[in-house]
Design a protein around this ligand. Structure first.
Ligand code: CP3
Length: 343
């Protein structure tokens, strides 16, 4: 029997729908915090297969999720390219910014697959350890979102430095994007060779762009990565997550060729049903704050999402990752609620 998660990604309506949650392994779980406190730093943690396998499996022991996502981070790619990347406690990632040709000259896309060997080992071990009905998801950041961190040196800005570079020096910025398209394509294919059964491309900063830049910096590079995967890893479903893309979700789906689109919580469900679901599987989009709030408000919104999207190809998820203050019992309540709607 094919795994329900993969059936849904291939366009089947699965009832009840499969469910997994972005950041399902993470600080809201006490057992994650216990493992995390012994690691020297976050990147070392990601590069230690024993620890990465353990924390990937932790949420599966508590909840009947339909998929596991590799424990790693989108910023292992700049690290593997040779940029200095650091995760600071309470501050998030900090990178030595790259803003010119000299900075680009120091990056080596050919080094990515070799430098990320521990990630592939984690995937190989996971593929033999996860339950037979659970899917295994690999992932990478999309070129635009990774470029934002590489150029700005951190997230949470308006991405102005990166956007200005792209407008003022399209050839220079294009070199960075080309390098990331190449590195990301190689990296994802290698993840598939080592056991990933589907891949998700996270474009967390897609929502800050003008229409023109969205087409050039989100749709076009993502499409190239999808084409590379189609050629080198045929049949492996690709999930795209252009967070906060608003009205551009529709063109993103039509033009990138993704098999599924993950939607942030601002996407109206009727729009998702009428404009996106006829073309691809949709994934999402419960507000991660409701998972903190819990109670009947959570139940009502879960039901509303299932009522509108459950009649077509759908994977239940959040609109963005689980946050640290989330009570683990609310996650159990959510999964039970979805499962309670059996077919
Ligand atoms: O469970 C999973 O979803 C798999 C692992 C995963 C992590 N990061 C682990 C992580 C995945 C898929 C990511 C993706 C990621 N990383 C994105 C795209 C999705 C999104 O959230 O928009 C981005 C932008 C990053 C970059 C990043 N990593 C930031 C901004 C931070 C700091 C903010 C924070 O939540 O702490 C991280 C750190 C990080 N990545 C943590 C985890 C579990 C927390 C660090 C810790 O445990 O100390």
């Amino acid at each position: 029997m094919t795994k329900p998660f993969l059936r849904a990604l291939r366009g089947e309506t699965v009832t009840p729908p499969p469910v997994w949650l972005m950041r399902q392994a993470g600080r809201y779980l006490p057992e994650y915090r216990a493992v995390r406190k012994d690691a020297r730093n976050f990147l070392e943690f990601c590069y230690t297969p024993d620890l990465a396998v353990e924390v990937t499996l932790q949420p599966l022991r508590r909840y009947a999720f339909d998929a596991a996502i590799l424990f790693s981070d989108i910023l292992v790619v700049p690290d593997a390219l040779g940029q200095q990347v650091e995760f600071r406690e309470g501050e998030g990632p900090v990178l030595e910014p790259i803003r010119d040709a000299a900075g680009l000259d120091r990056l080596d896309p050919g080094a990515v697959v070799g430098n990320l060997a521990p990630v592939f080992e984690t995937l190989r071990r996971l593929s033999s350890e996860i339950p037979a009905t659970t899917g295994l998801i690999g992932f990478a950041g999309a070129p635009w979102t990774v470029a934002v961190y590489m150029v700005e040196g951190r997230g949470g800005t308006d991405c102005g430095t990166a956007r200005r570079w792209a407008y003022q020096d399209p050839a220079g910025f294009g070199r960075l994007m080309d390098l990331l398209v190449e590195a990301t394509g190689l990296y994802l294919v290698e993840q598939v060779r080592n056991g990933a059964e589907a891949v998700q491309i996270f474009d967390s900063w897609a929502g800050v762009l003008s229409e023109t830049q969205f087409r050039d910096l989100v749709i076009a590079p993502t499409r190239r990565i999808v084409e590379h995967l189609r050629a080198e890893a045929p049949g492996v479903p690709v999930i795209g997550f252009p967070r906060h893309a608003g009205m551009m979700y529709e063109d993103y789906v039509a033009e990138t060729g993704v098999d599924a689109v993950s939607m942030d919580s601002s996407v109206p469900l009727a729009f998702a049903r009428d404009r996106l679901q006829p073309r691809c599987t949709v994934q999402g989009n419960l507000d991660n704050l409701l998972l903190i709030a819990g109670g009947e408000a959570l139940d009502r919104e879960v039901d509303r999402i299932l009522d509108v999207l459950g009649g077509g190809p759908f994977v239940f998820n959040l609109g963005h990752g689980i946050m640290p203050p989330t009570p683990p019992e609310n996650v159990a309540r959510l999964v039970d609620r979805i499962r309670g709607r059996g077919g």
